[in-house]
Design a protein around this ligand. Structure first.
Ligand code: GLY
Length: 294
């Protein structure tokens, strides 16, 4: 079975200078390389996507972990999710503060709690009781308010045994109301994984994405016979038709076939299949060159 990994750094307008665009693409490339190395070492898809998303959470240019957007009161609250397609195992956290790697806290919810989604104080208390590392809020470097908003990071992978998994993490949307939860930690909306179909994760405005349960939609379309690439495109077409919204989706199926689609102006992406090279860049592919000319 061919191993495969796809990561994204958030769909959005990306009206930033070329240096920041390059930094976003470089972070995705590094994340894909990290996850791919795990897959080549025989790791499970779930381990690979968690490792990849941790790299994305460390990148200040991306809206997750260190680069999380501030909420309307200046605080930083983050959401994350992991899902294992081999067992339908699910772990998620929402509105958590002072955590550098929310994706690993979501993984801990899956591994060490009888629950699937923990929020706010309860999630933080769980983190503390598990000895999970906390940070100071100042370590979560927030982008300039008024700067261009990006959205969410995510990864999907297929391992050598043909199991798929997904992970996603976000600082939410700029100036959102404290306590607001987007699509990312909601199963089926921000992410979904099932060996019977595919693993998929979405990026964009959570208020629209959750209404379409868009990641599950991508998986269902694959189960009905669409390739992951076509399923991603069809899901974004439906997002536009039903809700007038744009976004991005990535997917992989248990055969190692990958899909990437973006209807927002841009989305940094990196992917690799089998022994092939890591392909990285801004989607749509001409976006970076176009921005570089301005
Ligand atoms: N897509 C992330 C959010 O809306 O919170």
């Amino acid at each position: 079975m061919p191993i495969a990994i796809v990561v994204h750094g958030g769909a959005g307008a990306w009206m930033r200078g070329p240096d920041r665009l390059r930094a976003a693409v470089a972070a995705c490339h590094e994340a894909a390389a990290t996850g791919l190395a795990r897959l080549h070492d025989g790791a499970a898809a779930l381990d690979a996507v968690e490792a990849a998303v941790r790299v994305l959470e460390d990148a200040p240019v991306l809206n997750a972990g260190r680069g999380s957007h501030p909420r309307s009161d200046g605080s930083v609250e983050m959401d994350a999710i992991v899902m294992d397609g081999s067992t339908l195992g699910l772990g998620a956290v929402a509105c958590v503060r002072r955590v550098l790697h929310p994706v690993s806290l979501a993984r801990l919810v899956l591994a060490r709690s009888p629950h699937t989604l923990l929020v706010a104080h309860g999630a933080e208390r769980f983190a503390d009781e598990m000895g999970f590392p906390r940070c100071e809020e100042a370590e979560l470097k927030v982008p300039e308010v008024g700067g261009e908003s990006a959205d969410t990071v995510g990864a999907v992978a297929c391992d050598a045994a043909g199991h798929v998994a997904v992970a996603a993490s976000t600082g939410g949307i700029l100036r959102q109301w404290p306590g607001r939860v987007g699509d990312t930690p909601l199963v089926g909306a921000g992410a979904y994984a099932d060996d019977a179909s595919a693993a998929a994760t979405a990026t964009g405005e959570g208020e629209a994405l959750m209404k379409l349960v868009i990641s599950k939609l991508v998986c269902d379309l694959v189960a009905q016979g669409a390739t992951p690439e076509r399923a991603c495109r069809l899901a974004l077409d439906r997002l536009e038709a039903r809700l007038g919204a744009t976004g991005g989706v990535i997917a992989v199926d248990p055969r190692g076939r990958v899909g990437v689609a973006c209807s927002s102006p841009a989305m940094p992406v990196a992917y690799a299949v089998g022994d092939g090279p890591i392909v990285s860049g801004m989607w749509p592919r001409d976006f970076m060159a176009d921005r570089g000319r301005r």
